[in-house]
Design a protein. Structure first.
Length: 182
């Protein structure tokens, strides 16, 4: 008997200048966070690569703000039985353009998340690989560990977490630590 709970499927695309290491592990990490933070979901673990980074990236033009709350996230995921989350590794210029268009900030950032009101795609997480590599030492991380941190951070945004004030920032950091601790 099929489950009536919504499913989430994480796909990935590498459109960045630096290939991300251990991509399957990063996909599984995103699935683990989403499964735990949105318990109404059944996360399907396949971690398949999208046919083209351009296909996933093109969807961002209809994206919503990263500041989504948990109820909005649950409402969005409940609309259909099967949804996809695209995990897109991109360059600094592309994420800067997204940041400028959707957040009105004309600068590159490390990670952006978008929740969609779409029947097939629940959301997308964009990670700038060059920015991640350059900032990794600041967090005392390897490049891979910094990508892990950004995958968790982006997944938590899709689950409704934010860090616009000190209380929310502290709560989000605690959740990040929960998933990143060995």
């Amino acid at each position: 008997m099929a489950s009536s709970k919504p499913h989430i499927h994480v796909e990935w695309a590498d459109a960045g200048p630096i290939p991300p290491p251990k991509i399957r592990d990063l996909v599984r990490l995103a699935e683990r966070v989403l499964r735990a933070e949105l318990p109404a979901l059944v996360v399907k673990s396949s971690g398949t690569q999208t046919k083209s980074g351009k296909a996933a990236i093109a969807k961002a033009t209809t994206g919503k703000s990263t500041a989504a709350n948990t109820s909005a996230a649950k409402t969005a995921i409940a609309k259909t039985a099967a949804r996809t989350v695209n995990l897109v590794f991109c360059d600094n210029a592309y994420i800067r353009d997204l940041n400028k268009r959707f957040r009105k900030l004309d600068k590159a950032t490390d990670v952006l998340s978008f929740i969609y009101d779409d029947e097939e795609v629940f959301g997308e997480i964009y990670i700038a690989t060059l920015k991640a590599q350059k900032q990794a030492p600041r967090w005392k991380n390897s490049f891979y560990d910094e990508l892990r941190r950004l995958v968790v951070h982006g997944s938590l945004h899709l689950a409704g977490f934010d860090h616009m004030n000190a209380k929310d920032r502290k709560a989000m950091r605690a959740r990040e630590d929960l998933y990143l601790d060995p």
